[in-house]
Design a protein around this ligand. Structure first.
Ligand code: GDD
Length: 317
């Protein structure tokens, strides 16, 4: 049985990763949480995994936890992951994301254990992408446009550096946007779906508030994304970086229109200036050929299905 440690297990991708791993029956799952973590995403498997209290920003706490588990694999998903928060609290976003990464690497290095680490890096690292640069390859320049994106560049580069300096084995996955049930309600598709569900329930006036609808994103269903994370550790090269994406872009306008088409409610759309960003990444459309070649992975769930599942999720939650 492989020993698998998941940081961010109570979150969106973390909980879907456990849903994927447990039925395989080939691993023992350990998850990191903090005393105030919300647990609604993990109630359905809570008794099937071991939860360990740990704050990844604290080196001692991280070292103790990794020493206790001695994991074969770590999926490092925990982060301050909402881009707008990183302008409001830049130091907190940078500290949380970068320090947690260093603490994990240092623990693995100092313990001298053979652990493979998946690093949840991000397509946000590409930031300012020009029209002639799509679909984006891993070799594209990184021009981050938010403190969050800078923190992910740092995590990504630390992955490279710890491999080159110390042979600490990690695979850097640059995940493009992923969506699905349990997605935090601040992120765009979940935000719109929740607003529509609240309108249908009569809990909200029939107005959906929106930000920049012109941006384009390459969306993958979270269930395909977590399958890719596992393949990354099964098949990819240590120290290497891989885009994980569908290779198709949707404008945010199209995403909104599709969600609205799934409802019979009469809904008005209103721009909310507070939802506009100081600098928004205009287009993320990725080239997944490096990862597909290494693993054979293909996304299987169309984005239309993902959006339907998200709306259903908010209708029932
Ligand atoms: N959240 C939000 N709310 N975004 C909106 C809204 C709105 O009301 N209206 C328009 N948008 C636009 C944003 O300006 C952005 O261009 C796009 O929708 C997506 O926003 P988010 O869903 O907040 O995601 P993100 O692209 O900033 O970042 C997500 O994907 C990254 C990978 O590319 C996050 O999950 C990151 O953690 C992740 O690294």
């Amino acid at each position: 049985m492989r020993r698998v440690l998941i940081t961010g297990v109570t979150g969106f991708a973390g909980s879907h990763l456990v849903d994927y791993l447990l039925p395989r029956g080939d691993c023992e799952v350990f998850g990191i949480w903090r005393w105030r973590s919300r647990t609604e995403n993990i109630e359905h498997f809570r008794d099937k995994i071991t939860l360990l209290e740990c704050d990844l920003r604290d080196a001692t706490s991280t070292m103790d936890t990794i020493e206790k588990v001695k994991p074969d694999w770590i999926f490092h998903l925990a982060a301050q992951s909402f881009v707008p928060t990183s302008w409001i609290a830049p130091s907190e976003s940078l500290t949380t994301n970068v320090l947690a990464q260093v603490n994990i690497f240092e623990a693995v290095r100092r313990l001298g254990i053979k652990t493979r680490i998946q690093l949840a890096c991000s397509s946000e690292e590409y930031g300012m992408v020009y029209p002639d640069e799509v679909p984006i390859k891993e070799t594209n320049p990184l021009r981050p446009l938010s403190p969050y994106a800078v923190s992910k560049v740092a995590q990504d580069m630390l992955g490279y550096q710890y491999w080159m300096s110390w042979k600490v084995d990690s695979v850097r996955t640059r995940g493009f946007n992923h969506e699905g049930p349990r997605r935090g309600p601040v992120f765009v598709a979940s935000d719109f779906a929740k607003q529509i569900a609240d309108i249908e329930k009569g809990k909200k006036k029939p107005v959906v508030h929106v930000g920049n609808l012109e941006a384009q994103r390459d969306f993958t269903d979270v269930r395909d994304m977590v399958r890719a994370y596992v393949l990354a550790l099964e098949k990819c090269e240590p120290g290497e970086v891989y885009n994980i994406c569908s290779g198709k872009a949707w404008t945010i306008q199209k995403t909104l229109d599709h969600l609205l088409s799934l409802s019979t409610a009469k809904i008005e759309v209103k721009e909310d200036a507070a939802r506009l960003r100081p600098s928004d990444v205009p287009i993320l459309l990725g080239d997944n050929s490096k990862f597909v070649k290494a693993t054979g992975w293909q996304p299987t769930i169309p984005f239309e299905q993902t959006l339907k599942d998200m709306l259903e999720y908010w209708r029932t939650h």
